[in-house]
Each structure stands twice: as C-alpha cells, then as structure tokens.
Design a protein around this ligand. Structure first.
Ligand SMILES: Nc1nc2c(c(=O)[nH]1)N[C@H]1C(S)=C(S)[C@@H](COP(=O)(O)OP(=O)(O)OC[C@H]3O[C@@H](n4cnc5c(=O)[nH]c(N)nc54)[C@H](O)[C@@H]3O)O[C@H]1N2
Ligand SMILES: Nc1nc2c(c(=O)[nH]1)N[C@H]1C(S)=C(S)[C@@H](COP(=O)(O)OP(=O)(O)OC[C@H]3O[C@@H](n4cnc5c(=O)[nH]c(N)nc54)[C@H](O)[C@@H]3O)O[C@H]1N2
Ligand code: SF4
Ligand SMILES: [Mo]
Length: 708
C-alpha cells in the first residue's frame, strides 16, 4: 500500500489528506494530523472521497453528442478526436465572429480557476465567468483591496484565540470556505469567545450565541449601518487606531448619524436593544474578529453591505492584531495569467465590465464577465453574439439564477463544451463532454486562506481513473492543438513559476515531499508600511470608489423584491425566501450520487416555522411546494421554531442523479427556478438577488417522486 500526502479539494478547503493507494486504486483516505488546517479531521464530504473517485457513474472517456442538443444521445470518442473537433470548431467561431464570441465558465474556487481565464487570454477572449464572482467572496476581496489595500482574514493560527467572533451571514462550522476550515473555527470556539450571530435561522452557532440577531433576509446593510451608528455615537471606537490609520472618519460619522437602531429595528426585524447589545459586545471585547459569509453578497446592494460590515473591525481596532483580522503572507506567487496577451481592445469587450468595474473593470482583481449580460448575448446576440461556451466544472443549470432562462440561453449556442466528473443536466446540453480528473488525480498547489496564502499546500496525483485528464492538462492540450502562441507550457512549469515567485524556496516536487509550507504571520505591518491605498490609510471614505463614480460611503438599499419595496407583489407572495444555506453533506450541486452522503441526507429541505406550516396544513417532513413569480419547486418541510414565521429558507444545488437523463430531475427542487437574474444589479459588482425574495408555499398532494 502506498500512502500519498495530499490536500483535499472537495470544497474550497485544503485539509491535509493521506491517500492510500493499492494497485493503482484509491482505497482509503485519512486526515493528516500534521496539517495546520485540519489536524487530522475530515468532514463527511472529504471522508467520502474514495466513493467519489471510484464511482461507477464517473465520466471516463470523452463523449460526442449524436442527437439534437439536450437529446441525451452520446457516443464515445477518443481524446484525439475530441481535441481535434473542439479546436476546429473554436478556430472557426473565432474567425467568423471574433474571439469574444467564445465564453468560458467555471465553478467556485476550483483548483483550475485561474487556468480558465489564462486559456481565455491565450485565445483572445475576455469573457470568462464563475457564478461566485459577483455573488460570493470576490465582492469582499475587491472591496478590501480597494479600501484596505489588502484582504484581511481571521487569525486562527497565530496562537492568540479571539475573545469575540461576529458570525455574519456565515455558518463556517458547516461551510468552512476558503481555507478558514470548519476545524479551525471549532478549535477557536473551544476557548469560549463571546459570539454574536447574524442569521435568519437558529443555527447551531445562533443557538449558542451570546447575542443572536435574527435579521430579515436581505436587510443586512441597514443592520450594519445601525451598528456603526452605535459604535460611533457611544464612542466605543479604538480612538487611536481610527485617528492614525483611517481616512474619512468624520464623513462616515455624519453619514451614519441617522441610521439609529430605533430606525433600523422595524425594517430589519431586529429589536433596537439587541442591535445595541451586539454593537457594544463587539466593540468592548478584544481581540474580536468578523467571520462574514456569502449571505451578505446575495443582494443587489452587495458591495455597500460589504463596505459597511468591513468597518466594524476597523473602528474597533481589530485589524492587523493577534486574534483579530490579519493580512496574509501571500506566500504563493502571482499566477501567470497571460493577461498581457489580451489587447486593450479585446479587454474592453468584456461583457458588463464598463458598468460593473469591481467585477470586470479597473476595480477588479481578477476581472470577469457579468453572467446575466453574457446569457443575454447568447440569447439575443447583443451587444454581440456569444456562440460558444466552454464549461469547466460548473453545473450552470443548478447554480445560476433563473434556471429556466439559463436553459433557454444555453440552447441557443452553436457550440458547448463541458468538462466534469459526472454527466450533469448541464453537461447533457453540451456538444462534447470531457472526463475531468478529480482532486486525487492531479498535481496542483493552493495557498490558503484564499488570497492571504499563509500556508501553501501541494495537491498530488495519486491515481489515474479511466482516461480522465485534469482541467489544467486539457487547457494545455487544447492550446497546443489550436497552435495558440501562448499557454502551451507543461502544467508543472506553471506551478513552479508560481512557487518561485512566492519565495518559499521550494519547487513543486520539494513541496509535495513536505506536503505544505507555512509562512510566519506578522502583525502591525502598517506601523512601518501604512496601507496600500491612495491615502495610505484604511479608507472609510473610499477615494477609489469616488474616482470610479461609485458612492464613497456605504448606503442601504431595499432589495428589489421585498415586502417593503414590492408591497403589491407581497400580497400574492407574502413570505420572504432565502436560499442556499450550506449543509455539511454536499458541496453546492455535487455529491448527490454518493450513497453514504445520500443516506445521511436524502432529500432537499426547506426550513419553515411551525405556525406557518400549520396554516398550510404542512407537517414536518411533508413535501411542500415553494413558488415565486418565476416558478415552483418542491422541497421537504423542516419545521423549525427558530425561523421567523414570515421566512422560508430553501436549499440550493439539488438535482437527482438517480433519475433518468437528460434532465435528472433538475426542474423538481432546483431553487434557482425561483430566483431572478434581472436588474437592478449591484452598481459596482453586477450582483443579483438570491436572498430575501418573495414566495408562497403549499402542501404537495400525492406521491412527489412520481411527479415530473
Ligand atoms: N440560489 C442560490 N444559488 C447559488 C447560491 C446560493 O446560495 N443560492 N450560491 C452561489 C455561490 S456562493 C456559488 S460559489 C455558486 C457555486 O456554483 P458552482 O461552483 O457552479 O457549483 P456547482 O454547480 O456545484 O459546480 C460544480 C461542478 O463542477 C464539477 N467538478 C468538481 N470538481 C471538478 C474538477 O476538478 N474539474 C471539473 N471540470 N469539474 C469539476 C462537479 O461535478 C459539478 O458538476 O452557486 C451560486 N448559486
Ligand atoms: N458543506 C459545504 N460547504 C460549502 C459549500 C457547500 O455547498 N457545502 N459551499 C461553498 C461556497 S460556494 C460558499 S460561498 C460558502 C458559503 O458558506 P457561508 O458563507 O457560510 O454561506 P451559507 O451557508 O450559504 O449562509 C450562511 C448563513 O447565512 C444565513 N442567511 C441566509 N440569508 C441571510 C441573509 O439575508 N442575511 C444574513 N445575515 N444571513 C443569511 C443562512 O441561514 C446561513 O446559516 O460555503 C462553501 N462551503
Ligand atoms: S472541509 Fe473541505 S477540504 Fe476539509 S475534508 Fe471537508 S471537503 Fe475536504
Ligand atoms: Mo460561493
């Protein structure tokens, strides 16, 4: 038995993992006790890796569609045939319609995410996208890069435990994204910090919190501004830090004066005294950290919500201190993105970039295209046609808002390619499907926490499954087949270039031997260097925002679909719907085909208050329908005293691999049948609304499994 030291990538994670290989087959996975991120633990998803890798339904060779798009008729082809066909189709489309008519898509934080835009740059197209770009994490990253000069992360590894943690729209003990693994959070909780939780559901964290603010979904901006109001009005700030390290405090103070908890209470559904209690507790307990999640990025006021929240640790002096928010070592070098090969004219064609500068323009760290604009270009050919879509690890029909419209858009394509581990309802729409390698089948490096990169880990190829290739290898093979002038180096060369630029002193093989390398954390770096912003300070008043024509101070804005912004609609759809709260058994739309996980969690569930359920004759475990203006789906009712009687929380990512293709039940329980991808969008980022929508519910009669 061979044991390969690697790193789990079944989530954004990075848990150290020991892969046990027998006769070329993965037979066991164990957590690596030596890893600083998990100290030997694995979550249920990571523990199911052997079943994932060896699953009988894995795609094992390339496929070509033989019937009409979406007919589910496929024929096995060789890699040579697949690469030839893809190369010739893409070269023809590029010649006829321009490189920008070819778009690329990928999924959240995948190992190959930067390779996607790299391949786009080599091809000459600025249009690549990821459903988490405008909706998840990158709003936080780009906002902080512009106003802090760097991206702060929670300090779990420096030896000083936090005295207070504010969990806002984030449930990291289940989701643990971006290398701030659930295990580090649980470890910190053992030191019994004060905790504040801002969540519409009574989660495990909320139930144990010192203060729980049961916010109305979508009202986080108003709540955050009222907490800033309390901290400033009651002079709870770290006066020295604010004076020496921030820019624009007086303007902010004047700006939030009217946002009192008393005004925020009725709109946020949080009593004013609770808001005051939370603000006081956070400001008086140091060191404190903010654990923020994607819930704050799921409304069209995403960026200003992020802005307001980011100021809580700043005003209270919890930045760049042990046990608070810290900046990373960035021990992984810049990825060779080949962006320099994209001409300014080609770059200017990036869809949505001109309007949404934090997503695709000068305010973006990694500029991406705006998904609703891209889909419209597929459907309507405006502002120019998008004819090809190359999808590398994304179940588009499941995770993009307004799934019916997404389907209509994809059906209009001339050419679609999908690389995935499994046949999905999205892959069924492709012309060619490629078998992608899962994480134990490829070499990569990852720096965690994401952006901060205090730890650099090596992911190592332990096994080969069928004819699967890593996405990285596919890009290199395609670039070579298309005879592109750049992007043709071996994968290892690219990994080594990054490691060299990171300055840790290891090449890939040396790092792989060790498993990981850790850079020491340093605090109070600003005392020497200041902050990398135009004013050298953390910008409460954002000068870069002002230059780009965006509000320099955070504002609140009711989501377009809410009981207050759309009262007439609320007559018909009286309940507030939030979507996507993570569960520990699945990663977004993945893993429903793994028997162990499916036994632990068989069906989609939506949380509902018992009084609301009773009014509709719904009992715990009953199938209920949930309906918005866009459509209707079914999930099982999970009765919960903790949720507001006016709120429903439905799960995302559901389809049923056990049901017949090509649809695999994608229209039954897919929460994105209910969401909208139309305007208004966040003016800076192009974000659409996934939380705080209007819905109604009812009991499903009869046997739901027989209904289509
Ligand atoms: N309504 C609603 N919608 C949401 C959310 C929500 O909360 N509510 N959350 C949003 C957020 S935050 C995000 S980030 C997105 C996530 O959305 P995505 O990142 O698109 O997630 P998935 O659709 O699960 O896509 C993962 C696909 O990649 C495949 N895959 C896994 N590993 C590999 C690999 O190594 N290579 C390749 N080629 N394929 C691989 C999987 O089999 C799966 O089909 O969803 C968004 N959508
Ligand atoms: N096991 C597992 N882990 C995952 C994922 C997964 O699918 N499964 N997905 C990964 C991805 S892509 C991401 S982005 C992260 C996301 O992980 P998190 O950032 O933790 O996001 P969620 O779990 O979607 O939502 C966090 C909490 O926000 C609450 N919430 C819902 N609506 C609102 C609201 O309007 N305001 C506030 N304040 N709270 C609200 C929910 O009840 C939930 O408890 O997790 C990653 N990790
Ligand atoms: S938390 Fe993520 S990285 Fe860790 S074992 Fe689970 S899936 Fe793997
Ligand atoms: Mo995400």
């Amino acid at each position: 038995m061979e044991v390969v030291k690697s790193v789990c990538r079944s989530c954004h994670g990075g848990c150290g993992a020991l892969l046990h290989v027998h006769e070329g087959r993965l037979v066991k996975i164990k957590g690596d006790r030596g890893s600083p991120l998990n100290r030997g633990s694995l979550c249920p998803i990571g523990a199911a890796t052997v079943d994932l890798v060896n699953h009988p339904d894995r795609l094992r060779h390339p496929l070509r569609r033989t019937g009409p798009r979406g007919s589910g008729q496929w024929q096995r082809i060789s890699w040579d045939e697949a690469l030839d066909e893809i190369a010739s189709r893409l070269l023809k489309i590029r010649e006829d319609s321009g490189p920008e008519s070819i778009a690329l898509g990928t999924g959240t934080g995948r190992h190959h995410i930067r390779w996607v835009s790299r391949f786009g740059h080599a091809l000459g197209t600025p249009n690549w996208c990821e459903p988490g770009f405008a909706q998840c994490f990158h709003p936080r990253v780009n906002t902080c890069l512009l106003t802090f000069g760097d991206f702060p992360v929670c300090d779990y590894t420096g030896g000083t435990p936090p005295a207070c943690i504010l969990f806002w729209g984030h449930n990291p003990i289940h989701s643990g994204p971006d290398g701030e693994t659930r295990f580090n959070v649980r470890e910190a909780l053992k030191h019994r910090p004060q905790t504040i939780v801002v969540d519409p559901r009574k989660t495990e964290l909320a139930a144990k919190a010192d203060v729980w603010l049961r916010v109305r979904p979508g009202a986080d901006d108003t709540l955050a501004l009222s907490m800033l109001n309390v901290i400033i009005a009651e002079r709870l700030m770290d006066e020295r830090f604010v004076r020496e390290c921030t820019h624009g405090f007086d303007a902010l103070a004047a700006h939030v004066e009217r946002h009192t908890p008393e005004r925020a209470g009725p709109v946020t559904w949080v009593p004013a005294e609770k808001i005051r209690a939370a603000a006081r507790l956070f400001a008086r307990t140091r060191p404190a950290m903010l654990e923020w999640g994607c819930a704050i990025e799921h409304t069209p006021n995403c960026i200003q919500t992020v802005r307001a929240l980011s100021m809580l640790p700043v005003l209270t002096g919890n930045v760049d201190v042990p046990g608070g928010w810290v900046f990373g070592a960035r021990a992984i070098g810049r990825f060779p993105s080949l962006a320099e090969h994209l001409s300014p004219e080609a770059g200017a064609k990036r869809l949505g970039a001109e309007r949404f500068k934090l997503l695709g323009g000068e305010g973006a760290d990694l500029p991406a295209a705006h998904i609703p604009t891209l889909l419209a270009a597929m459907r309507e050919g405006k502002p120019y046609p998008v004819k090809a879509f190359l999808v590398f690890g994304n179940n588009t029909l499941s995770t993009y808002a307004n799934a019916r419209l997404v389907h209509e858009s994809l059906m209009k394509l001339d050419f679609m390619l999908c690389a995935d581990l499994f046949m999905t309802p999205t892959a069924e729409l492709a012309d060619i499907v490629l078998p992608a390698a899962a994480w134990p089948e490829l070499d990569e490096i990852v720096g965690l926490p994401t952006v901060a990169a205090n730890v650099v880990l090596a992911q190592r190829k332990a096994v080969q499954v069928g004819e699967c290739k890593s996405d990285e290898e596919i890009f290199v093979a395609l670039a070579r087949r298309m005879k592109l002038p750049v992007g043709t180096e071996d994968v290892k060369e690219v990994l080594n270039a990054q490691l060299k630029a990171g300055g840790l002193g290891y090449d890939f093989d040396a790092l792989a031997e060790r498993g990981f390398a850790q850079a020491p954390l340093r605090y109070r770096r600003y005392e020497q260097a200041g902050f990398r912003t135009p004013t050298g300070k953390i910008e409460l008043y954002a000068t870069r925002f002002e230059q780009m024509g965006y509000p320099p101070l955070p504002s609140c804005e009711e989501p377009p679909e809410s009981p207050y912004s759309a009262p007439a609609l609320a007559q018909q759809f009286p309940l507030v719907l939030t979507t996507g709260a993570r569960i520990p058994f699945y990663f977004n739309s993945e893993h429903r085909q793994l028997p162990k996980l499916r036994r632990a969690y068989r069906d989609p569930r939506a949380e509902i208050h018992p009084d609301t359920a009773a009014r509709h004759g719904i009992a715990d475990g009953d199938w209920m329908w949930i309906e918005t203006r866009r459509g209707r789906i079914r999930q099982k009712a999970k009765l919960s005293e903790g949720i507001d009687p006016r709120v429903i929380s439905a799960e995302h990512g559901w389809w049923f691999p056990e049901e017949p293709g090509p649809e695999y039940g994608i229209w039954k329980s897919n929460v994105n049948v209910l969401t909208d991808n139309g305007p208004p969008y966040d003016p800076q980022m192009g974000t659409y609304q996934l939380r705080g929508l209007l819905c109604r519910v009812g009991k499903v009669d009869g046997d739901v499994r027989r209904q289509s």
